[in-house]
Design a binder for this molecule. Structure first.
Ligand code: ATP
Ligand code: MG
Length: 254
């Protein structure tokens, strides 16, 4: 079976700062993969390279078998239509009402405003937001509500692949679990392929079919959620159990 996403030896640096130093990984169709790893290790950069927001320095990134790093702008747009993205900060447009934030990509792709609005309102309902919220400005919402709007925007276009960057960060435990369930339902019921980033180990275990850890530019471990507690890998162990002592030293970030 062709992987939905294939990463082959992906490298990315900023100046002399090496962030990704050879990431290779396959994500299969309808699979939910979670990337864990310390702050600043390059998790968001990895997703941005797949999305084409950042350009990988070398290596290949394939979506449904096609290398997206060497595409024309038109081919790239077509590939990007398969993607939905929940950004780490919800990244909403304050100048647009909530519904239009959710409908933005749909309208861009040529859907009529009325139809796009209906779809946006429907999707807001799926993430547990009342219809009145659609008319508000994002700045009038709590952080958790903004997160849910971001999630609605990510899934409104019924994408084949959704990237969730820290989907539960900043949410109360109950709302976090609502979001976890929503991600699971996207994968199980709509058959999407999901790549999520999280520091929240409860969420990682719940939403991931597989979990992988990014450390010093490479994926150093991959396993099933039930294996992560007893991975036998000192780095994973330290991260999962949140211990200050271990092989991972806190570094001054630059
Ligand atoms: N556009 C950019 N230009 C220069 N450096 C960048 C850029 N984007 C990210 N970086 C650097 O790449 C490194 C990895 O950043 P990234 O945002 O991927 O971390 P992360 O693993 O997502 O961390 P967190 O868990 O805190 O979100 C950081 O040192 C960051 O400063
Ligand atoms: Mg990040």
């Amino acid at each position: 079976m062709t992987p939905k996403i294939r990463l082959k030896d992906v490298h990315k640096s900023f100046g002399d700062k090496k962030v990704l130093t050879g990431v290779s990984f396959d994500i299969m169709p309808k699979e939910s993969v979670v990337v864990i790893g310390g702050s600043g290790t390059g998790k968001s950069v990895l997703i941005k390279c797949i999305l084409g927001i950042l350009q990988a320095d070398s290596g290949a990134i394939e979506v449904d078998g096609a290398d997206v790093t060497h595409m024309t702008a038109n081919q790239r747009d077509a590939a990007n239509n398969k993607f939905g993205m929940l950004f780490q900060g919800a990244a909403l447009f304050d100048s647009l009402p909530v519904w239009e934030n959710v409908a933005f990509g749909l309208i861009q792709r040529g859907m009529k405003r009325k139809e796009a609005k209906d779809r946006a309102m429907d999707t807001l309902g799926k993430v547990g937001l009342a219809p009145e919220v659609g008319a508000l400005s994002p700045s009038e919402l709590s952080g958790g509500m903004q997160k849910r709007v971001g999630l609605a925007r990510a899934i409104a276009g019924e994408p084949e692949i959704v990237f969730f960057d820290e989907p539960t960060t900043g949410l109360d435990p109950i709302m976090a679990d609502v979001i976890n369930d929503l991600i699971i339902s996207c994968v199980r019921k709509q058959g999407i392929t999901a790549l999520s980033i999280t520091h929240d180990m409860h969420s990682a275990r719940k939403i991931g079919d597989r979990i992988t850890m990014l450390y010093e530019g490479k994926l150093i471990w991959v396993g099933k959620p039930e294996e992560v507690e007893h991975s036998g890998n000192a780095y994973v162990d330290q991260f999962v159990h949140g211990k200050a002592e271990g092989p991972i030293k806190m570094q001054l970030r630059r």
